[in-house]
Ligand binder design. Structure first.
Ligand code: ADP
Length: 265
């Protein structure tokens, strides 16, 4: 399970025995209960699990937005634990891209200015050719000067993807990136993410509730009660949905009712 140092070198994200406990004494909640996992460069991982299983906590710990109670997180070879808040902010800005369900674009800025914001915040002058390329890649060449309010939901998420890609981050974390989109728009967005992995070598980790969205990933990690309850390589939507049904049952129903249900109804 621990692999060799060489194998670890291929990993952009590594969590080692990560536990996250919220609250104190009687009100303690163990959100992550000893998670060890490595995510390889150029891989597309979906994280699924019932509500409360620890998906957001996993994402926040892996992205350096939250600190584990114990265990370690390595991002592109850097141990996050000793970093000061300023260093973490710099690392997040330069090495991580984020895509959220609610897009999180700045409404007063044009498409171009939204896309180049992370570069400018990091003190870099955006190169026009690189900006044009990324905007073209997400299909928004004709919309460079529009504001987010003038775009559809799918177009806004494509701006967010361009904004995530522009820094050439080690990893992009997505928190339900297709959660606010209709089915066909969601598919377009997922196709773009897939392309970034396949042709750009990008590493992506995405939390989702949607088995169809998860089926675009190379691998699905299933969380239950703060632990990795299994994984699925080359997932199909049907297989993912089936696993999710079982995970839901583990969380909500006693073992006896599981065995007699489903098949004969
Ligand atoms: P998911 O994203 O799968 O719904 P979360 O990671 O949000 O799961 O939550 C895992 C567990 O940790 C849940 O029981 C949740 O109530 C608890 N939790 C999450 N964030 C906090 C917090 N800030 N304070 C206390 N408990 C929390």
């Amino acid at each position: 399970m621990n692999g060799t140092p060489h194998q670890h070198a291929q990993e952009v994200v590594r969590l080692e025995s990560v536990r996250k406990i919220y609250g104190r004494s009687k009100n303690q909640v163990t959100a992550l209960d000893g998670v060890t996992i490595g995510l390889h460069r150029g891989s597309f991982t979906a994280v699924m699990g019932p509500s409360g299983s620890g998906k957001s906590t996993f994402l926040h710990c892996a992205a350096g937005l939250d600190q584990p109670t114990s265990g370690s997180v390595l991002l592109d070879g850097t141990d996050l634990a000793p970093l000061k808040e300023r260093e973490l902010t710099k690392l997040r800005r330069e090495r991580i891209g984020f895509i959220f369900q609610a897009f999180n674009l700045l409404p007063a800025l044009s498409v171009v200015d939204n896309v180049t914001l992370p570069l400018r915040l990091a003190g870099h002058r955006p190169r026009k050719a690189a900006v044009d390329e990324v905007i073209e890649r997400v299909g928004l060449a004709g919309r460079r000067n529009n504001r987010p309010g003038e775009l559809s939901g799918g177009q806004q998420q494509r701006v967010a993807i361009a904004r995530a890609l522009i820094t050439q981050p080690a990893v992009i974390f997505g928190d339900e990136p297709t959660g606010a989109l209709d089915t066909s728009t969601a598919r377009e967005v997922l196709r773009l993410l897939r392309e970034a992995v396949e042709f750009g070598g990008q590493t992506i980790v995405m939390v989702t509730h949607d088995p169809v969205a998860a089926s675009h990933a190379d691998r699905v990690l299933f969380l239950a009660d703060g632990r990795i309850a299994g994984s699925l390589e080359r997932p199909t939507a049907d297989l993912v949905a089936e696993r999710m049904t079982h995970l839901g049952a583990w969380g909500d129903e006693p073992a006896v009712s599981r065995t007699g249900r489903g098949r004969h109804q």
